[in-house]
Write a protein that binds this ligand. Sequence first.
Ligand SMILES: Nc1ncnc2c1ncn2[C@@H]1O[C@H](COP(=O)(O)OP(=O)(O)OP(=O)(O)O)[C@@H](O)[C@H]1O
Length: 611
Amino acid sequence: MKDALRTVRAAVALQWRSAPVASATVLALTACTGAVAAMGGWLTKLLLDELGRGAQVDSQRALGLAVGAAAVAGGAMAVLNLTEYLNGVIRWRVTLEVERALFTKVSALESLRYFEEPAFHGQLRLAEQAAQEAPQQLSELVLAVIRAAISVVTLSAVVLSVSPPMALLLLLAGAVGLGAQLVRSRWSARLSEALVQTYRWRDFYHSLLVDVRAARESRLFGLGELLRDRMVTTLGRASARELALARKGAAMQASLSLLTAGVTALGAFIVVRGAVEGRHAIGDVALFLAAVAGIQSAFTGLVVQMQEAGRSVLTFGNYLQLLALPGRTAGPSRAVEPLRRGVEFRDAWFRYDTRGPWVLRGVNLFIPAGGSVGLVGINGAGKSTLVKLLCRFYELERGQILWDGVDVREFEPRALWQRMAATFQDFMTYDLTAAENIGLGDVAHLKDEARIRAAARLADIDDKLAALPAGYETLLSRTLEGEDGDGAPGVSLSGGQWQRVALARALMREDVDLWVLDEPSSGLDAEAEFGIHQTLQRHGAGRARLLVSHRLSALRSADTIAVLSRGQVVEQGTHEELMAAGGEYARLFSLQARGYQDPRLVSRTPEEEAA
Ligand SMILES: Nc1ncnc2c1ncn2[C@@H]1O[C@H](COP(=O)(O)OP(=O)(O)OP(=O)(O)O)[C@@H](O)[C@H]1O
């Protein structure tokens, strides 16, 4: 109960913070409309009583009453329209506020762990929905309560004057309806939470059906029908459960309607009999019936609002929980000094899951300031994991990563990121302009054309981008177009060209001490790869560099090469030293080198010649 109250308070506060003037106006207008029902009913009663006076009717008074009743009804309509418009304003403001708050939090989350948890994504989805709906629904509920309270109090006085037991019956029926809706809200909230992963699967299949990259495999392997069936089946499963709940709700609603109809019929019976027996005037009958209908409609309005608001409030908790996640690292944080000696992994142990296997088992590795370390190892050896740990996307379970001897946990990750540049194996391709695709590497210089082009030149992609239809302003996308729809058509780049763009993005950062390049040239042709590595060597001089590649020839010129195997650095030295040692590196290198050799070009031994 305490939690529910806290949630309600937070949702109401969210709306008031987002749209205070509109909220206050709607509140005032609603208070007016609450009184309007009774006022209209009263004017109608007076009119009917006046008309009932036969020959003594005061026609001017009757006309005045008729005009008054019509004006009240017209005024109520105008107020209703204005309220609807203001509710639209509130909804729009709350949506902006919710998106701002949620995605400020999401981008402040430093660890990548959250993004790998299905529960986090489910919660985010529920939070977005509930936070956009709950404040408005709650305030509509609050308004419905005010409206209902005013209507019920004013109209009950009327009913009470005619038949006190009837007033009690009406209130009882209303209370039963409200209780039933509370139960229904709880069912509905539980179902929303239970179905969130089902809907995420539906979205996943949907995205595969429309994504251009997925479309290639989908066509070639004939996956279209399979994916469509899975999407439809998932949707069907969700719909079946939604429908089952709707059936339960409809049955409950039907019982409540029967109850209400019974109470109305009873009321009509009492008052009509009173009129027949001469105890009530005809105006009293009309007023009584209007009051009964008014009270019932007030309760019905309340009940509808309650069902909607109840579900949203129950799921609104997800929004509050997400906002309460620890975002940026709090507590003491040291300034990250320019790197002088180097970065060191010291007995680093890591696994993605505390129940899963170790990925790093006591890694020791030193990346000297101004020097380059090549990291090699077979698939799954843990190279990219080591890179992610160096970037502090995860925390070590044991051991340390030291920046000039200082444990990196003493720094705010953000401060550390400012001293690094990186390209990742699964680098991003943004559906933005060419200039932005590179400028994002240093947002402070997002519009700095000279710097963007300098970075592009280093990555050897400047000529290509400058020659695009709108040069650097060309959109690198085949699926989006400018928001106004009249921009130049977007273009797509080749895999290797995209990789150069990603590299240029990393090279945007000039004032950095550490470069982390995870497979920066895997998509490049041999000549381009050679050129890029020459550039990296030249441009990277003075920075600590960690280079990961499967093409061992690309790492040949690194100051040292480390071989990662089964979660440990098993060999380290220069290319020559490692070749001379004849270990894992020499084996891998010879294997690759042999793959490039054409037997016709390799000189044969005299025995081979003779054979
Ligand atoms: N996000 C993750 N969650 C759980 N396990 C992961 C995750 N990322 C990687 N792994 C596991 O960690 C191990 C090391 O993966 P990693 O990507 O670091 O290897 P790698 O040496 O970079 O491989 P490759 O040469 O194929 O790129 C693998 O067994 C992989 O399954």
